[in-house]
Each structure stands twice: as C-alpha cells, then as structure tokens.
Design a protein around this ligand. Structure first.
Ligand SMILES: [Ca+2]
Ligand SMILES: [Ca+2]
Length: 398
C-alpha cells in the first residue's frame, strides 16, 4: 500500500496570555496522583523516566530482551543504579521555568453564523488547554478590526516568536480552506494565505513546531510544511476534500482529554490527539450514515508523506510505506501541550535530549533485522544507559 501523498506537488488582536507556570503546591491531589503509580507494597512511587517508561509500555519486548543479552549484566547494573537514583531524586527536581510553549490559534472567515459559533467553541477549548499547560496563548481572527488585516497580524505574530527556542510552537488553523487544483489556501477575513506563503513564514523556525490545519482542503499544507522537527496534521488527505471539516472539533476536545491518553502515561500526546480525533470523525460519519468527506493525515518525519490514523495500532504505526520510509508518529508522541507532572519537572534541554535518544532507539529497532543480535543489544543498552544518566544528572540538581 502507498501512503497518501497530498495531491499537488504585535498588534496582535485577541487574547494573549503571558506564560504561566503552575506551582507544584498548587496542584490538586488528583492531578498529583496521576503521575504516581502504586508499587507492590501499595505505597506511591513517582513515575519517573517518562520516556523510558513510555518506551517500555510501547515496546514491551525491549526490557525483557535486554535482560536476556548475555553481556548485559554489568551495564544493566549501572542502568538500574542510575534508574533508582533518578527515582529518588525526582521529588526534588527543578521545574522547567524557561520552557514556555506558544499556542497560536488562527480563526478563519466563518462564512456562516453556525460555523462561527463552532470555531469560537473550539478556540475556547484551545485557550483552556493552553492555560492548563501554562503556555502563551494567542488567538487571531475573532475580534473586529479595521486597522490591520488578519493576514498581517499572523505574519507579525510569527515574526515576534522566538525561532530557536527549545519550547514548542503550536499553530492551529480553524476555518475553511480552498483548493483550485494547484494551490491550497486558508480563508481569512480579508486576504487569504496559501500553503506556500505559510511555508515561507515558517522557514526561520528551528524550534519544535506543530501545525494543525483543521480546515477543509488542507491536505496540500502537509506537503508544503513537512520538515524535520515538525509535526504537521491536516484534516483532509487532499485539496479535493472540500466540505466543511469536523476534525477541528474533535482535536480541540481531545487536546487535554485524559481519555485520549492511549498509553496511560498521564499526558495526552499530539499523536494520541490525532488518533482520537480521527476516530471520532469516522464515528461521526458512520452514525450519520454518510460517506466520510475528510480523512486526516499526520506527518512528523519530514518526508512530505502523511500517515492516516488507521495505519496505527495503539500508538505505533504498523504499516510501512512501499518506499520503506521511516514511520510517522514517533515525534508526534513527544509533543504534549498539557504535560504530566513528572514531565513538567524536566529541564527543557533534558527533555530535548531524551526525545532525541528516543528517536535514535526507535530507528535502531527499525534496523534490528540488519544487525547481529549482539550488536543490536549492545547499542540498545548504551542508549538506555545514556537516557538513565540523563535523568540522573538532571533530577539530581538542586
Ligand atoms: Ca499518553
Ligand atoms: Ca511522513
């Protein structure tokens, strides 16, 4: 099977919030307990090493096979020692005070009053989630203004954002799109913008970037915006899916929804949001007895090819493209707008390195069949130890 290739080729208005950083003391018992897991004796241990734990949950074979590796005992002892040290240090770690994500929601021209109300509700859900996350929130395209067009405001907003930060930038497009067979556009009040224009505006950004285009005819945006260190999600798989898209509603509802947390690590990743929203879209059209006119895609490996939700089992893509390209989904599973308590405690640089190592481990797993078993497990163990040491160094800091 082939993966879908899209069909071709401040004067900031609205509400802007400064970064807010929730104090740990301010968290309720309920939210604190989400990051805890009972041990065999019934006491609560903090869930530390979120990445390696997620790795373990996702790929249960990993730790067991690691134990079977004949030369692993010494390294395993070091790993366990570092792991336990990280466990004990977790409670006193520093918070990520400089790690402030930005969420920019661009609301397009609604066309009809009901669409406008829907877009308003979805935007409110993003604002609520951003507040919960302690992220900076900017909404464009809602308030009346005659001075500066929505297009110009978007350009100015992007120009003012840091380009090389380690914090994530989330760009959410809520509205309608068009496609004339060559060029896809997002409809704003006043001048629209094309996928190519947005590509140019985003070129200077090297920070982690998620673009979630919830509009009809959004598929070609994936093709244009795909790049390394980016997650691109579109509501449709081509420019020809031109009907009003409901995907944006389900994305907004899932972004901070614990029920969308498939791997139960206490936080809902962007991949999990994509999967939940895609499923709800399919359920909507089934319930209506209509053929679906929207099929969302996700790209996070920079190959300009999107992967649909039904290529995943759980959080793992199970189908490979005919060209053998890397699978999508790994990077998107590292983006969390509302992070778990333990994840929030990591310093940004630690999280970035941990994420990088996770991707290396995933690539190693993909190349396992081309390696000897000994080489594979030696390399794997080396990486796992580095992850453990990373946590140990980070969490042990006062
Ligand atoms: Ca999760
Ligand atoms: Ca891809």
């Amino acid at each position: 099977m082939k993966r879908f290739r899209p069909t071709f080729n401040s004067s900031v208005e609205g509400s802007e919030r400064s970064c807010q950083f929730p104090s740990w003391e301010g968290l309720g018992e309920g939210s604190r307990s989400e990051g805890m897991r009972k041990n065999a004796k019934g006491s609560m241990n903090p869930r530390v090493l979120p990445a390696s734990c997620r790795q373990t949950h996702r790929r249960k074979a990993l730790p067991a096979r690691c134990r079977q590796h004949p030369g692993a005992s010494g390294a395993r002892a070091i790993f366990l020692s570092l792991f336990l040290a990280a466990l004990s240090a977790a409670g006193s770690s520093a918070t990520n005070g400089e790690d402030c994500a930005t969420v920019i929601v661009v609301v397009g021209a609604p066309g009809e009053e009901q669409f406008g109300k829907n877009f308003e509700q979805w935007t409110a859900l993003w604002e609520k989630a951003s507040r919960e996350a302690g992220a900076k929130f900017v909404a464009l395209g809602q308030r009346q203004t005659n001075a500066v067009s929505d297009l110009e405001q978007l350009k100015q907003t992007l120009a003012m954002e840091p380009k090389d930060s380690s914090s994530e930038l989330w760009l959410v497009l809520i509205g309608h799109g068009t496609f004339d067979g060559k060029e896809a556009k997002f409809n704003l009040r006043g001048p629209d913008f094309s996928a190519g224009e947005l590509e140019d505006w985003l070129k200077p950004f090297h920070r982690p970037l998620a673009v979630i285009d919830c509009a009809s005819s959004s598929g070609p945006f994936l093709n244009k915006l795909s790049a390394t260190n980016r997650v691109i999600i579109t509501a449709t798989r081509s420019g020809y899916e031109q009907n009003y898209a409901r995907f944006g509603q389900f994305v907004a509802e899932a972004i901070a929804d614990p029920q969308a947390d498939l791997d139960k690590d206490g936080q809902t990743s962007l991949l999990e949001v994509f999967l939940a929203a895609s499923q709800r879209v399919a359920e909507f059209y089934n319930a209506e007895g209509r053929l679906a006119t929207e099929h969302a895609l996700l790209d996070d490996n920079g190959d300009r090819l999107g992967t649909p939700a039904d290529w995943f089992r759980g959080i793992r893509a199970v189908k490979k493209a005919a060209d053998g390209a890397a699978l999508d989904g790994l990077r998107a599973h590292q983006f969390h707008l509302v992070r778990s308590e333990q994840e929030r405690k990591l310093a940004p640089e630690t999280r970035a390195r941990r994420d990088e190592l996770e991707l290396v481990i995933a690539r190693l797993r993909d190349s396992k069949s081309q390696m000897t078993e000994e080489d594979y497990y030696q390399e794997l163990e080396k990486l796992l130890i580095e992850v453990a040491r990373l946590y140990d160094n980070s969490l042990a800091k006062p």
